[in-house]
Design a protein around this ligand. Sequence first.
Ligand SMILES: CC/C=C\C/C=C\C/C=C\C/C=C\C/C=C\C/C=C\CCC(=O)SCCNC(=O)CCNC(=O)[C@H](O)C(C)(C)COP(=O)(O)OP(=O)(O)OC[C@H]1O[C@@H](n2cnc3c(N)ncnc32)[C@H](O)[C@@H]1OP(=O)(O)O
Ligand code: UBL
Length: 377
Amino acid sequence: MGLLQLLKSQFLCHLIICYVFLVSGLIINLLQLCTLPLWTVSKQLARRINIRLAYCITSQMVAALEWWSGTECTLYTDPKSYPLYGKENAIVVLNHTFDIDFLCGWTFCERFGVLGSSKVLAKKELSYVPVIGWMWYFLEIVFCKRKWEEDRSMVTKSLQKLQDYPENFWFLLYCEGTRFTPKKHKISMQVAESKGLAKLKYHLLPRTKGFWVTAQNLRGTAAAVYDSTLNFRNDEAPTLRGILNGKKYHADLYVRRIPLELVPEDEAECAAWLHKLYQEKDDFQEHYTQTGRFPGPTVSPPRRPWSLINWLFWSCLLLYPLGLLLTQLISSGSLLTIVASLAVCSAVSFGVRWMIGQTEIHRGSSYGNKEVPLNNN
Ligand SMILES: CC/C=C\C/C=C\C/C=C\C/C=C\C/C=C\C/C=C\CCC(=O)SCCNC(=O)CCNC(=O)[C@H](O)C(C)(C)COP(=O)(O)OP(=O)(O)OC[C@H]1O[C@@H](n2cnc3c(N)ncnc32)[C@H](O)[C@@H]1OP(=O)(O)O
Ligand SMILES: CCCCCCCC/C=C\CCCCCCCC(=O)OC[C@@H](O)COP(=O)(O)O
């Protein structure tokens, strides 16, 4: 192991990175709160400011992936579609298979210039996560309880608000609704069988209602669906802890651009269309398993320096006062203040570990885990 790699695996480095992330994140959350009065005066200006503030948070995690761990990202896509990425609004459909699939999504957003504005249909529980969840309120992220009767009107209203959004955005939908586990897969395939649908090997059965309501409400706003299938080389199952340890991964993303006009408007037809899409996605994953690549030409959109610059800015801003404080503490020799600072460090460490836990599949929810009574009709 090289010296740099050894340094990257040190707990102290992780503590410093997490301190910068947490403290800068809370400062940005506070700044976002200060934009509240502006929403009544100029909504579009408030949105543009919040896009930039959100970028300051999310790009730190992207920087950790791109610059700290050096993870590489290859895009497999049609060269004719490539120039449109980042220049139009789109609905992104992505497989929910890895701890850090959302982070890879963010990396592509960053490379195409839509990181600050991008959105997701997220489970309500994530809105309580400090920094990211709180930031999402101001980004007009659409939350759901994963109970259609309760979600329907709220999700529709939230989507309609995005119709006059001032900057290009990608709206991410994990149609599987939860992350892949063997147990969830087995249950969802029982559901597929009971509905007479083809079985999927690499995906859970997609939930179709969220996709249909999104497509309906973003018609005229979004130009296309980006059907995206993600995998990692060498059968890796990357984690956020791995990224913090400086482990380098290689992500492959296969993207097909499908004009939104090709998505049926009728609910049942739209559901059938989505089921067919997932069968195709399953074939692409099979192709990847067999050959180690997706079909079609590749391109590696370059990483941009902005995420690194932002990260360095916040690190300088927040590590300088921390350094001063620590020097004063040590020179004061007061046992009480030293114990108090150790307690603060432990709290930061505990808080961030809990947040990292949110990204771990083995700590995931029980959604999709319960056997459902099946009536074969
Ligand atoms: C060029 C580069 C391109 C791309 C780059 C890639 C990406 C970048 C893009 C953007 C990035 C932006 C942000 C990313 C950042 C962070 C994201 C992080 C995380 C957030 C993700 C989440 O929180 S995922 C969880 C929440 N989201 C969802 O659940 C969405 C999908 N779900 C739905 O759409 C649902 O329909 C619903 C939530 C709207 C409603 O839920 P409900 O449970 O009520 O669902 P349904 O009514 O649909 O389900 C009932 C039907 O399903 C059948 N059923 C029952 N059990 C199962 C089962 N186990 N599996 C499958 N189906 C089941 C049941 O029979 C019902 O069938 P009916 O026929 O009767 O409808
Ligand atoms: C600069 C590096 C900073 C490192 C410290 C980072 C600390 C972690 C920060 C934020 C964590 C919250 C990120 C939220 C994204 C979680 C995405 C996710 O995958 O949610 C799961 C959801 O889809 C489905 O849930 P279930 O599978 O049903 O359960």
